[in-house]
Design a binder for this molecule. Structure first.
Ligand code: KG4
Ligand code: ZN
Length: 337
């Protein structure tokens, strides 16, 4: 049995988990800082770093208590090395280095995006070839994997990430940060009344573009304001969400046709919590690819958490992919590094 203590502090969640054999969650404590960032309408990096520093030791203790284990039981420490905010990452990295040094156990540096994909392993075993769509606040990537830890990015956004577009559109109509969830809720109530462009949808590649969609919404709102007309926020949310889902599912279908040996499809990242996307993708894959197993993590594992880091780190542990305590944060770490 392998027990890994994992730490995630890449953005605005301080999280520590204890994971058995990369799949069983013994503890997954998540302290969100959202309340501190709401008044700024987004994450303020300095505020995030300070919160992580304030929280980290307490969250480690809480996770140990919840899992009912001692440091002797832990086989290795894992930490998110990137991508993320440098100051935020550093807090987790410093904590993990200290633990590894004091307890003389291996240290594992993990990629945050790999973590989002491996959140699904806490639900069901992964098998290959596997395809994943990562949709988060900072990333939109289609990934193809033939083996564990073997990531090939086959498509990505050329500008904004999906979560970023949700947050910006939401902010424009007065929703609190992070707006994705609120916009999703509004979208459940409205009708598709507005024309939102589906950028790159017919292009013969697996890339995405979301900044045009965001601008189209901005123009709609500004033009309506100038004419003294009101925009129905529920209808606008519905039209925006349908356009996003249309683009995402169309590109997924293109990708599955291009990589036709895919066995499993994993939806990953914060935007995987989106109700409309979960439903549309489930329906689309059931209808067109009944043999491909779809995994969508439960809501609590879609957003940032340390359990997903422990799930990846288990495979790095098996490969003895350890790092020494001179490692640094890598804010731009790519999945393929
Ligand atoms: O993966 P994540 O927790 O953090 C990053 O690594 O970026 O993703 C956060 C993003 C935010 O942009 C947030 O608005 C979005 O995920 N999000 C959603 C929903 N829940 C969270 N977007 C659309 N619909 C949702 N239900
Ligand atoms: Zn994330």
């Amino acid at each position: 049995m392998t027990l890994i203590l994992s730490i995630e502090t890449s953005c605005d969640e301080t999280s520590v988990a204890i994971i058995e054999n990369g799949k069983k969650i013994m503890a997954n404590v998540i302290a969100s800082q959202v309340q501190s960032h709401i008044r700024f309408g987004g994450v303020v990096p300095e505020v995030a770093s300070r919160h992580h520093v304030d929280q980290i030791t307490q969250i480690i203790d809480l996770a140990m208590e919840e899992a009912n284990v001692s440091m002797d039981d832990i086989d290795a420490f894992a930490v998110t090395q990137g991508p993320g905010l440098v100051g935020a990452l550093l807090t987790g990295i410093t904590a993990a280095k200290t633990l590894a040094f004091v307890h003389q156990k291996p240290l594992i540096a993990t990629n945050h995006l790999a973590g989002h994909i491996y959140a699904s392993q806490l639900q069901q075993p992964l098998f290959f070839p596997l395809m994943s769509l990562i949709v988060s606040g900072g990333h939109t990537e289609l990934v193809y994997m033939e083996n564990h830890l073997d990531f090939k990015v086959i498509g990505e956004t050329q500008d904004d990430a999906v979560g970023e577009a949700y947050d910006k559109v939401g902010r424009l109509i007065g929703l609190p940060y992070p707006a994705g969830k609120h916009l999703d809720n509004l979208a459940q109530k409205g009708k598709d009344m507005y024309d939102i462009p589906r950028a790159m949808i017919h292009e013969d590649n697996l890339h995405f573009s979301f900044s045009g969609m965001k601008s189209a919404v901005m123009n709609l709102v500004h033009n309506a304001n100038q004419r003294g007309e009101t925009i129905n926020h529920e209808d606008l949310a519905t039209s925006f969400q349908l356009a996003v889902i249309d683009v995402l599912t169309t590109k997924i279908v293109k990708a599955l046709d291009a990589f036709s040996d895919t066995q499993q499809f994993v939806l990953a990242g914060g935007v995987a919590a989106n109700k409309g996307l979960r439903e549309a993708l489930t329906a689309r894959l059931n209808a067109s690819y009944p043999d491909i197993e779809l995994i969508i993590p439960p809501l609590r594992l879609c957003g940032d958490n340390a359990a997903m880091i422990g799930a990846v780190a288990y495979h790095q542990y098996q490969n003895q992919e350890f790092v020494d305590i001179t490692i640094n944060a890598n804010p731009g770490l790519a999945l393929t590094e």
